[in-house]
Ligand binder design. Structure first.
Ligand code: SAM
Length: 286
C-alpha cells in the first residue's frame, strides 16, 4: 500500500480531517522524510544526540528521526493526534510526545526531559502559518541548538536564507544570520504532501556559528534595532530607528553615520554586525 493510501486510511479511521488552520499538510513521501531527518546531523553525532521535532502530525518524519537519534522529543498542538500517534509510533522507545503549542512551550523545561544529552538538534516540517515566529523563537532561545533543519515554503526559504543587500533580505534573515548560517538543502514538490499545498517547499538548514559574527552588549536591543529597521522599509535607517526606538532624530542619524559612514543608508543594506554596533552605541547613549 502506498504512503498516501495509508495516510488517508488512518485519517479516516480516526475521523480526522486535516486542519488548514494548523498547517496540516502531511508528508506522504518517505524518501523526503528520510532525507530531511538525515540532513539534521551526521550519523555519529545523531546516535548520541537528542532532536526536538515540532509538529509530528501522523509521525512519518518522527519515525525516521527515532531511527537516527538517541532521543526524540516531539511537540504537537493537536491533541486529537494522540490515539493516532499511539498507533503509528507506539513501538518506539526513544520518543517523548508533548501536546502543546510550541510557541507557548518553555524550551529549557522541555529539554530537561531529554536528560543529559550533549547535542540537541531541531527538525520539523513546519506548519507554514508560524514559520517565522518558530524560527525566531529557536534562534533567540538561551538553549543553544546544534542545528536547525526545517521544511518551509520555498518563498519563505528564499527570504530566511538571504543576505544583506539581497532582494529578499528581511529582519528574520538578519536575526538568523547572527545565530548562524542558513542554506537551502533541497526543494520539495507539492505531490510529496497530503493534502497538497498550493506552493513549493524547501528544506533549509541553519548551522550555529562557532565564532560570533557580532558582539552586542544587549542582544534584545539588537533584535529591536533590526525589527525597527525593517518595519519601515521606505524610511532611511536613521528615521526608522528614531521612530521605532523613540530616539531623537539627530542621535539616530549620528549613530548610523558613525557605524556605516553614511546618513541615508537603509536597513536592508546592513548585516548583523552593523546592527549590533548600532545597538551598542544606543545602549551607550541611554
Ligand atoms: N511532521 C508531519 C509530517 O511531516 O507529515 C506533520 C507536518 S504538518 C506540516 C505540521 C504539524 O504541526 C501538524 O501536525 C500540526 O498539527 C502541527 N502544529 C501546528 N501548529 C503547531 C504549534 N503551534 N505547535 C506545535 N505543533 C503545531
Amino acid at each position: 500500500m502506498s504512503n498516501l493510501l495509508q495516510i488517508k486510511k488512518i485519517l479516516a479511521k480516526y475521523n480526522k480531517i486535516p486542519k488548514k488552520s494548523l498547517g496540516q499538510n502531511f508528508l506522504v513521501d518517505l524518501g523526503v522524510a528520510k532525507r530531511t531527518a538525515e540532513a539534521c546531523a551526521p550519523p555519529v553525532f545523531a546516535r548520541e544526540a537528542s532532536v526536538l521535532e515540532i509538529g509530528p502530525g501522523l509521525g512519518i518524519l518522527t519515525r525516521e528521526l527515532c531511527q537516527l537519534f538517541k532521543k526524540v522529543t516531539a511537540v504537537e498542538i493537536d491533541k486529537a493526534f494522540e490515539p493516532v500517534l499511539k498507533e503509528t509510533l507506539g513501538d518506539l522507545h526513544n520518543l517523548d510526545i508533548v501536546f502543546n503549542d510550541i510557541l507557548e512551550t518553555d524550551l529549557n523545561n522541555l529539554l530537561e526531559r531529554s536528560g543529559q544529552i550533549k547535542k540537541i538538534y531541531i527538525c520539523a516540517n513546519l506548519p507554514y502559518y508560524i514559520t517565522t515566529p518558530v524560527i525566531l523563537k529557536l534562534v533567540k532561545s538561551p538553549v543553544k541548538f546544534d542545528g536547525i533543519t526545517v521544511m518551509v515554503q520555498k518563498e519563505a526559504a528564499d527570504k530566511l536564507c538571504s543576505k544583506a543587500g539581497e532582494k529578499n533580505y528581511n529582519a528574520a534573515a538578519a536575526i538568523i544570520n547572527y545565530y548562524g548560517t542558513a542554506e537551502k538543502i533541497f526543494g520539495v514538490n507539492q505531490s510529496s504532501f497530503y493534502p497538497q499545498p498550493k506552493v513549493l517547499s524547501s528544506v533549509i538548514k541553519i548551522t550555529p556559528r562557532e565564532i560570533p559574527l557580532a558582539n552586542p552588549q544587549n542582544e534584545a536591543l539588537t533584535y529591536k534595532v533590526i525589527e525597527a529597521a525593517f518595519s519601515q522599509r521606505r524610511k532611511t535607517l536613521a528615521n526608522a530607528i528614531s521612530s521605532g526606538l523613540n530616539l531623537k532624530k539627530e542621535e539616530a542619524a549620528d549613530i548610523v553615520k558613525k557605524v556605516t559612514g553614511r546618513e541615508n543608508i537603509r536597513g536592508e543594506e546592513l548585516d548583523v554586525k552593523a546592527f549590533s554596533d548600532i545597538s551598542n552605541l544606543i545602549s551607550f547613549i541611554n
